[in-house]
Ligand binder design. Structure first.
Ligand code: SAM
Length: 290
């Protein structure tokens, strides 16, 4: 098997296939040989596990996953990479490549058809332009996966893995924490990619929870309030929630008084439990007749 993290090997294969990198598809291929084996280990890849990979590129992570897991299904949007992957992964009989947009494919069906009776994980070096949409799509669709182990931009990793209620947290932090326990595993420098991006990266693992940490009767309403409260970070909660949700400020103020939070509280200082409490109070206020 050729060394798929060797820059000269990559250049030779890609030029033979007439392939040129697409910036708009987030194509930065790994050239650091230590990263992929570590990612495969961190996602728990083993004989009884099926792994979904997003964006195999030239197949460098795919090959490492194939060596240690039962089966790998990789979803690649760029059809120009299919003949490349045919060549680089030809020796593996436990790899399947699907030419599709990961945001559009039915992943529940993929899991039941490709991985019956297997544990499942997602492992990928994500295209940076759609990191959060992909992560939220995987979590919100409640895929039956154990974990999502992915490389993302370092700044995105900080936000995704922040503690809810800390200054680094955002709406996406709350959403991720609702579905999974997030942890940052290790950093990867920009020089580990070809072409080198302008930012460093981090590998994170989201271990999917069996149950959310709080119970809210209407999840989509809860997340609407969370997005509204973080939408205008400089504003206090009553202002940002009333503007973002289109409800009277007096209702938000009454909800905050009901749960005993200061009226000048900011969303970023509220824990998951406090956000859930506030949402319940807000619902009661909205349902109250004038
Ligand atoms: N896994 C390879 C590596 O580590 O070298 C490539 C990673 S590169 C950062 C991202 C890959 O995702 C590219 O191969 C790109 O074509 C693919 N991609 C971009 N958007 C996609 C989408 N919506 N669905 C599936 N694959 C996508």
């Amino acid at each position: 098997m050729r060394n798929l993290s060797d820059i000269n090997v990559i250049k030779e294969i890609l030029s033979r296939h007439g392939f040129s990198f697409s910036k708009s598809l987030g194509q930065n291929f790994l050239i650091n040989p230590s990263v992929c084996p570590r990612m495969a280990e961190e996602c728990g890849a083993a004989d009884d596990m099926g792994v979904i990979e997003i964006g195999p590129g030239i197949g460098v992570l795919t090959a490492e996953l194939a060596k240690v897991s039962g089966k790998v299904v990789s979803v690649e949007l760029d059809s120009k990479l299919l003949p490349v992957l045919d060549e680089t992964l030809g020796e593996f009989d436990n790899v399947k490549i699907i030419n599709a947009d990961v945001l559009k494919i039915d992943l529940h069906r993929l899991i039941s058809e490709e991985f019956p009776g297997m544990r499942v994980a997602v492992c990928a070096n994500l295209p940076y332009y759609i990191t959060s949409p992909i992560i939220m799509h995987l979590l919100e669709s409640r895929l039956p996966v154990e974990n999502i182990t992915v490389m993302v931009q370092k700044e995105a990793a900080q936000r995704l893995c922040a503690r809810v209620g800390s200054r680094q947290s955002g709406a996406v932090t709350v959403a991720v924490d609702y579905y999974a326990q997030a942890e940052k595993l290790f950093d990867v420098s920009r020089g580990s990619f070809m072409p080198a991006p302008n930012v460093d990266s981090s590998v994170i693992r989201l271990t999917v929870r069996d149950e959310p940490p709080v119970s809210v009767s209407d999840e989509s309403g809860f997340f609407r309030m969370v997005r509204a409260s973080f939408g205008q970070r400089r504003k206090t909660a009553p202002n940002s929630i009333s503007a973002g949700m289109g409800i009277e400020k007096s209702k938000v103020t009454a909800a905050l008084e009901e749960v005993g939070f200061p009226l000048n509280v900011r969303a970023e200082s509220l824990t998951m439990e406090e956000l859930a409490e506030l949402y319940k109070a807000l619902r009661r206020q909205i349902q109250k007749r004038e």
